[in-house]
Design a protein around this ligand. Structure first.
Ligand code: FES
Ligand code: FES
Length: 156
């Protein structure tokens, strides 16, 4: 089946079997390998992207369901001149990552979280990120990064 959608602001047209997951289409067809696959049970959140502005686990969605949608992956977060998105910069500044495997999904979820609930408390941030698993950091610095990133987003 042919799928036409916007990916990181650019029109994309791909031909995929109807059972292709969005994450497979992004990684294998469009070579956007910043979106990771960390599980086969839809639990880890490493595959999180924004679809029409909302954080979605791209392993839970078929590519054909993205027909006409606007998809944003971690590769589309930085500005054209390479300046990091405030949430990316905050993860770097606050050491919100170690191996980095979870980080693309964390950043995408964090951006959505801050848009949906800009006043979230630490406890709410932890709850809203519970769909994203990090095996390295202990989450402390991730929560700190989300708050710094939120400040950066509101200042931008
Ligand atoms: Fe999608 Fe783990 S790969 S939730
Ligand atoms: Fe390694 Fe999160 S930084 S899984």
């Amino acid at each position: 089946m042919n799928v036409q959608f916007l990916v990181n602001g650019r029109a994309a047209s791909i031909d995929v079997p109807s059972n292709t997951l969005l994450v497979q289409a992004l990684r294998e067809q469009l070579r956007l390998t910043g979106t990771h696959v960390g599980c086969d049970t839809s639990q880890c959140g490493a595959c999180t992207v924004l679809v029409n502005g909302k954080a979605i686990k791209s392993c839970t969605m078929l590519a054909v369901q993205a027909q006409g949608a606007e998809v944003q992956t971690i590769e589309g977060m930085a500005a054209a001149d390479g300046t990091m998105h405030p949430m990316q910069a905050a993860f770097k500044q606050c050491h919100g990552l170690q191996c980095g495997f979870c980080t693309p999904g964390m950043v995408m979820s964090a951006v959505d979280l801050c848009r949906q609930k800009p006043q979230a408390t630490d406890a709410e941030i932890r709850e809203l990120l519970e769909g994203n698993i990090c095996r390295c950091t202990g989450y402390q610095n991730i929560v700190a990064a989300v708050k710094v990133g939120r400040d950066g987003m509101s200042a931008a």
